[in-house]
Design a protein around this ligand. Structure first.
Ligand code: ATP
Ligand code: MG
Length: 420
């Protein structure tokens, strides 16, 4: 019996990797304009890091983490998200001692034990960015501008930016109490999860996707009506900067996000094309997180994009792999040896070259050249070896010309380079 991969964890096959490479390369290019530098952290962290940052009563920590003990009995977790590890690294390496402001980005796999479906997997990939050390609303707008710039660059225009503010430790408790009182009167309409955690985490109830919970909280008052003057002014400034940059957005006062560390500005980029998996990117401000993790009291803001969802939206159409520039067909032992030598020389010089290693009939070799979509075929037989030249056929127009064969393959190389 053959062994299949783990449920919810996908192979990214050669037909898809060109798109993935483009999605990553575009992020590297666009983010560099804004001063972001890449950081790579391990895939595994101490479990405590995620409990303390994401929050004990969130879906992720309650039921989605891949947690295990290593051989020493230490509890480790496959990272479910990228922000906490980046903050851990920032603190551990005392990056703030060199420069309090850090603009960092990361790409890589994340792990959550969720119910797999289109756009939702157990291993998925995120491209994310974080800014530490700046609380000015201009940076909120800048991060959103960069996110939209990225979507523009990869050609995904049909996405909507929704923003909200979740307040701060000054004003959120008041809103929480208010929400708990509201929910208490509707407990019988809520799902088990919400009934269990509404006291510890009432905001989660607003984020619950169960229809009964959605209906029960439809009339709940908005966090925006409870912001302190600081948070209100911050949010107003973010909106003004977005407007001055002419970036379209809407305010969604129900968006609370699934992680506890968010404060003030939160946002999502949503699409209509992925059903329930409507968020392609999400993030927000997390001003208390670094201190909470034992670091200095510095603000932060960031986002993460789901690469699978980006890839689904883009589709793999139009990204055909590039065929070889030349296919060398060889007839006979000696010709096969020379073809192999020439092919290797060309590859070493940066030319995509191929041959049929078994050297079957000319017909089968030409079929193979066709299948690989080779642009040219060099036909090498005993005759050609004897007279020191061989025909090079252009597979597009069928034209053919003789190429003189020299030991270093320079004629062939020049021909290919000059007609690239
Ligand atoms: P959702 O509401 O879809 O569960 P989320 O709020 O849990 O998303 P975040 O934790 O903010 O998502 O992660 C940011 C992005 O990562 C999401 O917008 C989404 O594109 C992607 N993402 C999150 N979970 C998954 C998953 N299980 N499979 C694929 N992509 C995911
Ligand atoms: Mg989720």
């Amino acid at each position: 019996m053959s062994i299949a991969g783990v449920k919810g964890m996908n192979d990214i096959l050669p037909a898809e990797t060109p798109l993935w490479q483009e999605l990553e390369a575009t992020a590297r290019r666009v983010f560099s304009f804004y001063g972001f530098r890449e950081i790579r952290t391990p895939i595994v962290e101490k479990t405590e890091l995620f409990c303390r940052s994401i929050g004990e009563t969130t879906d992720i920590v309650e039921k989605e983490m891949y947690t295990f003990e290593d051989r020493n009995g230490q509890s480790l977790t496959l990272r479910p998200e990228g922000t906490a590890p980046v903050m851990r690294s920032y603190i551990q390496h005392r990056m703030h001692a060199v420069d309090q402001v850090a603009k960092l980005f990361y790409c890589g796999p994340m792990f959550r034990y969720e119910r797999p479906q289109k756009g939702r997997y157990r291993q998925f990939h995120q491209i994310g960015a974080e800014v530490i050390g700046i609380d000015d609303p201009k940076i909120d707008a800048q991060v959103l501008a960069m996110l939209l710039h990225y979507f523009d660059s990869i050609g995904l225009l049909d996405v909507e930016l929704q923003i909200n503010s979740l307040g701060c430790p000054q004003c959120r408790p008041d809103y929480r109490d208010n929400l708990i009182r509201f929910i208490e009167q509707r407990l019988d309409q809520l799902c088990d999860d919400c009934r269990r955690r509404y006291v510890t985490n009432p905001l989660r109830v607003l984020d619950c996707k169960v229809p009964g919970c959605l209906a029960a909280t439809a009339e709940a008052s908005s966090v925006l009506d409870h912001l302190c003057s600081d948070c209100e002014e911050h949010f107003r400034q973010v909106r003004l900067h977005l407007e001055s940059l002419r970036l379209p957005f809407s305010v969604n006062p129900r968006m609370v996000r699934g992680l506890d560390y968010y404060t003030k500005t939160t946002f999502e980029l949503v699409t209509r094309h992925l059903g329930a998996q409507s968020a392609v990117a999400a993030g927000g401000r997390y001003d208390g997180l670094i201190r909470q993790l034992g670091g200095p009291d510095l603000p932060g803001i960031g986002f993460a994009m789901g690469v699978e969802r980006l890839a689904l939206l883009k589709g793999t159409d139009g990204l055909k792999p590039e065929g070889p520039e030349i296919f060398i067909a060889a007839l006979g032992e000696d010709a096969a040896r020379e073809a192999f030598r020439l092919m290797s020389l060309l590859q070493r010089n940066g030319i995509r070259a191929e041959m049929d290693y078994r050297c079957g009939s000319l017909k089968s070799q030409l079929r193979r050249a066709d299948k690989l979509q080779a642009r040219r075929v060099l036909i090498l037989g005993e005759d050609e070896l004897g007279r020191g030249s061989a025909p090079l056929r252009d597979m597009n127009d069928g034209s053919q010309r003789d190429i003189r064969l020299d030991p270093k393959g320079l004629n062939l190389l020049n021909e290919l380079k000059s007609n690239a």
